[in-house]
Design a protein around this ligand. Structure first.
Ligand code: IPE
Length: 266
């Protein structure tokens, strides 16, 4: 549905950029959130923001074993925690002059065995059409099979990019993109070189119940196969990078469809 929305940009801000991910309970990096809000201010095109949970979600989800079992209290505690982070981010965005509205996946999404099966796309589409910037986040959501499941922003991003035919997707992380064994940024990943690159990509150093860097790359590789979107994984801790991405810079690691000529060569 709603494939006619051209030119939409989707930006994910990773939990490790906006929280202290090593903390065992929500610790927000207020100054970073403020800086990021100011970098987003002034962007004139259609935008959806998705942020991660960091220490507002991963430690709680782990503590209550939400990846393995249905735990109503753990689901509520985790949801409330990440909702609190969303409030902080939306407040800073509004403060900076961005017309942001928080949207909690728990209230607008149903998953089936951990994968999104439906989302209130009409609400999101109407917001975008009216000039608002919806701000979604990794969350605990209702799940047809599991009761609830943990939904990563890394899954929300390609889902919305496909539904809204997004042109550019940015994943603002705490690293300079996907790195090779010398710590250098790999400029481009596609389905042809992924198998060679896979060995460099690890999970996350801190508590991460949703897959770390490998999870991100797999989601974005799949997106590049089913859409025309190009995704960029870049360092959002470096001031100016989010603004640069929004202005059209190609930064970090680009994940895109393999060129036909590359495929023929193989
Ligand atoms: C995780 O969301 C959601 C919960 C643990 C509740 P993300 O996967 O998007 O969060 P980050 O970016 O890794 O922190």
């Amino acid at each position: 549905m709603m494939k006619d929305n051209q030119g939409i940009t989707i930006l994910k801000i990773g939990g490790s950029v906006i929280t202290d991910k090593s903390a065992d309970d929500g610790a927000a990096k207020r100054n970073e959130i403020k800086r990021i809000a100011e970098e987003i201010e002034g962007f004139n095109s259609k935008l959806i923001i998705v942020h991660g949970a960091g220490s507002f979600g991963h430690p709680q989800a782990k503590r209550y074993g939400l990846n393995g079992k249905f735990d109503p209290l753990g689901s509520i505690i985790t949801h409330r925690s990440v909702k609190g982070l969303n409030d902080i981010i939306v407040d800073e965005l509004n403060e900076a002059g961005v017309n942001a509205i928080g949207l909690h996946p728990m209230n607008c999404t149903v998953s089936d065995d951990g994968r999104i099966s439906e989302m209130s796309l009409n609400i999101i589409g109407s917001m975008i059409d009216s000039g608002f910037i919806p701000v979604l986040h990794g969350d605990v959501v209702m799940d047809k099979k599991l009761g609830t499941s943990v939904l990563s922003g890394d899954q929300i991003v390609p889902y919305l990019a496909t539904e809204f035919n997004a042109e550019r997707v940015g994943i603002g992380s705490a690293e300079n993109g996907v790195l090779d064994s010398d710590g250098k940024t790999i400029p481009n990943i596609n389905s042809n070189n992924f198998q060679d690159i896979k060995k460099f990509i690890s999970g996350s150093a801190n508590t991460d119940v949703t897959g770390g860097m490998l999870g991100k790359v797999l989601e974005l590789l799949n997106l590049s196969e089913v859409s025309n979107a190009t995704s960029y994984i870049f360092n959002a801790c470096d001031a100016g990078n989010i603004k640069g991405f929004l202005n059209g810079d190609n930064i970090g690691t680009a994940i895109s469809k393999a060129e036909l000529k590359d495929k023929v060569l193989l």
